[in-house]
Design a binder for this molecule. Structure first.
Ligand SMILES: *Cc1c(COP(=O)(O)O)cnc(C)c1O
Length: 420
């Protein structure tokens, strides 16, 4: 019997097995047939504290008995009010408004619409968006437009809008990036959107905090709105709650999703500064921010997010992050002189390296081969091309992490070559 399910980012023609998961707890996924896997990529970067955190599960149960769903246009509910107030409290003071949506992509779409809505409503025709090379912001038409173009979006290229791309700040070339941004800002674009400190899907590319701060300063000087897409970096991944925190950067617009509910339910927010809200505030209906999705601020999802914030408040989350970051550093350092790997790098809890490959034909087959190898060894890892990364939930035990890195070591051995 074949399943009618069409999976995302899955080439069904290759016939790879698709494990059927029945339950999950902490850092582990379990199948009914007795197999289990260490979730070393946090179920695609969403699970922060671990699967089925008791507090988040309890919050979901409790809320489901009170209010399941509510139209959010012109109506409100307590979980959303609590969450919005708390988000405003824990983010820098200039971020005063919270717009809800339901995924990282929609939070970015909202950010782009807010930026253009701002310029439109104040009567200045600005519509151009600046983006950073190798970025990823989602898979909807708008978010693909502001992301890296390539094999992942070739079919839809005719629908994507034009943007201006700023070169990625590779080591030693940071000034080139800053000069390009400065020049692009002179053309009066509407906004610049960035993934702060680390570009995720683009290959876990890390750049320094001072570059982020400098890019922010350039946008501020030219009055260009600065959008931080913290969908992946938010909620502790990079070592601080938000990546912008560690760079002392205050964006005009921030996108949050993935770990917002601890990874339990889909929810997203776009926070913005008061002038953007104010530009839409009017007795004129034409100035309304026309955006909504059916499940905007779903009460159960908001309750899960509130539980996440309580966990951040009451549990030693930062200590867990620091310990995981140290453990990742230790594992990574054991491979730092291995000739089969390049660019070992780490930011907070995220560790990454590039596997040295002789020819590009081999490269295209590498990721699927590795995924299968790890799957057979009880580890969920999903390399990006020849970039291998480990982004586990913060509850991952030292033993579990060692198993993940053992599997990585073994995979290098089967790929051939010698370590020294
Ligand atoms: C995952 C991701 C998105 C898209 O989020 P979805 O919930 O998958 O729509 C956007 N931006 C970044 C940086 C991401 O990592």
């Amino acid at each position: 019997m074949t399943s009618p399910v069409w999976h995302p980012f899955t080439q069904h023609g290759l016939g790879d097995p698709i494990p059927l998961i029945s339950h999950a707890k902490d850092a582990k996924l379990y199948a009914t047939d007795g197999n289990s896997w260490i979730d070393a990529i946090s179920s695609w970067w969403v699970t922060t504290h671990g699967h089925a955190h008791p507090r988040i599960m309890a919050a979901i149960r409790d809320q489901s008995e009170k209010l399941d769903q509510l139209i959010f246009a012109g109506w409100t509910h307590e979980p959303a009010e609590t969450l919005a107030a708390e988000l405003v409290r824990i983010t820098p003071a200039p971020l005063t408004r919270v717009f809800f949506s339901d995924s990282g992509s929609t939070s970015v779409e909202v950010a782009l619409k807010m930026a253009l809505g701002y310029w439109f409503n104040i009567g200045e025709a600005r519509s151009r968006i600046l983006v950073l090379e190798h970025s990823y912001h989602g898979d909807t038409i708008g978010t693909m437009s502001v992301g890296e173009r390539g094999v992942y979006n070739r079919a839809w290229q005719p629908l994507l809008f034009d943007v201006d791309t700023i070169p990625f700040p590779h080591e030693g070339l940071e000034q080139t990036t800053l000069d390009a941004l400065e020049a692009a800002c002179l053309q009066k674009p509407a906004a610049f959107i960035v993934e702060p400190l680390i570009l995720g899907a683009g290959g876990m590319l890390i750049y320094p905090a001072w570059v982020l701060a400098e890019m922010r300063a350039i946008c501020a000087r030219h009055g260009v709105l600065f959008i931080a897409d913290e969908v992946m970096t938010g909620w502790g991944r990079t070592g601080t709650r938000f990546a912008c925190d560690s760079a002392g950067v205050i964006p005009d617009i921030v996108c949050l999703s993935k770990g917002l509910t601890g990874g339990a339910l889909p929810l997203a927010v776009t926070l913005c500064i008061e002038p953007i809200f104010a530009a839409h505030l009017s007795t004129d209906r034409a100035k309304t921010f026309y955006h909504s999705s059916s499940y905007t601020a779903n009460p159960i999802a908001c309750a899960a997010a509130n539980a996440n914030l309580e966990i951040w408040r009451d549990e030693p989350v930062q200590q867990r992050i620091d310990a995981l970051a140290d453990a990742q550093a230790a594992h990574l350092s054991l491979l730092s002189h291995d000739r089969r790997v390049q660019n070992p790098r780490r930011l907070g809890t995220i560790a990454a390296l590039d596997i040295v490959v002789a020819d590009s034909g081999y490269l295209s087959n590498l990721a699927p081969r590795l995924i299968a190898f790890y799957r057979d060894r009880g580890v969920l890892l999903r390399p990006l091309g020849n970039t291998l990364y480990v982004m586990p939930p913060y509850c991952t035990t030292p033993d579990e992490l060692a198993q993940v890195w053992d599997a990585i070591g073994a995979s290098l051995d089967i790929l051939g070559g010698s370590p020294g």
